[in-house]
Ligand binder design. Sequence first.
Ligand SMILES: Cc1ncc(COP(=O)(O)O)c(C=O)c1O
Length: 364
Amino acid sequence: MIPLVDLAAQHAEVASEVEAGFAAVIGRTAFILGAEVEEFERSFAAFAGVSHCIGVANGTDALELALRAAGAGPGDEVIVPANTFVATALAVVRAGATPVFADCDDTHQLIDPRALRLGPRTRAVVAVHLYGQMAAVEDLVSAAPGIALVEDAAQAHGASRHGRQAGTIGIAAGTSFYPGKNLGAYGDGGAVLTGSDAIATAVRALRNYGGTVKYHHDVLGTNSRLDTLQAVVLRAKLRRLATWNAARRAAAARYDELLAGLPQVVRPRTAPGNEHVWHLYAVRVPRRDRLLERLLAAGIGAAIHYPVPLPLQPAFAHLGHRRGDFPVSERAAAETLSLPMFPHITAAQQERVVDALRAALEAA
Ligand SMILES: Cc1ncc(COP(=O)(O)O)c(C=O)c1O
């Protein structure tokens, strides 16, 4: 079996640091926030090239708190792509605002700046840096002048566009450290990145019951802190992230070569100016569902990101969309197939994946 993501090899690299770090935290019995979290926040902010990183419990919370701190709330509309993970839109709803979906472009499956439905209540646009490459942030800013840009950088740790890193362009960004992400914890975790002192202060309060002084609560916050033990894991892995992202890039280049001989397979394209970090390697194929079945039967852990565009999910039925409203995202949802991708994938494993895909195409 070749899994979609193999975390065991990553763990082997950091195991001794993680075990020593866990022992130190347990020895101090100091499990909430503290030096480990602060040190990780400092190092991740430095890695991303932004002045503030605030660790929170997961990526969904990171986006919600970033949106709330950016002023989005009841009565506001926030534009999100139709083609993204559900959390992007859930965060908008949890902030009290209404998601307004935008279709994606056909070449990169990223939010299409020409598809924004702006109105008098538009408060923010969420640029989702999907699959590991950044959305066309500069075009989003020109298409929505004066509207706050918030980045969803959950799949884009270390990605950049025209030399500017994911998480440094919008007023704030939310990111996730879900285990399978390029920088993944051993449980849930997330962070808000921002260059704004005011947003950083607001998020620090919001994540900790709405205050920064114990038992004093300025606003209605929540409990959403990055776990101290997770900060141990993230510090150890962050030191290797650039190397691991480079290994993903090499693996993507190898897939590109191996797949060049399969004309039915549309390979993922990197937008000009983007440095891709290949969270996912998502191809487009005909008869996708049959191919997926055959790949799984052959022991290849392929997967679909994402099978149903958000406007057609029952959870968003109240927004009244129907099939045909977001044609590009709908087509992508029917054709997209993610192949196994992780830093330690070997050339031999990739050859097996492509051989299995070739056989599946011939049989389907
Ligand atoms: C694009 C995107 N946004 C948001 C999230 C939410 O992150 P989490 O699962 O940590 O809440 C994820 C990942 O799960 C994601 O892929």
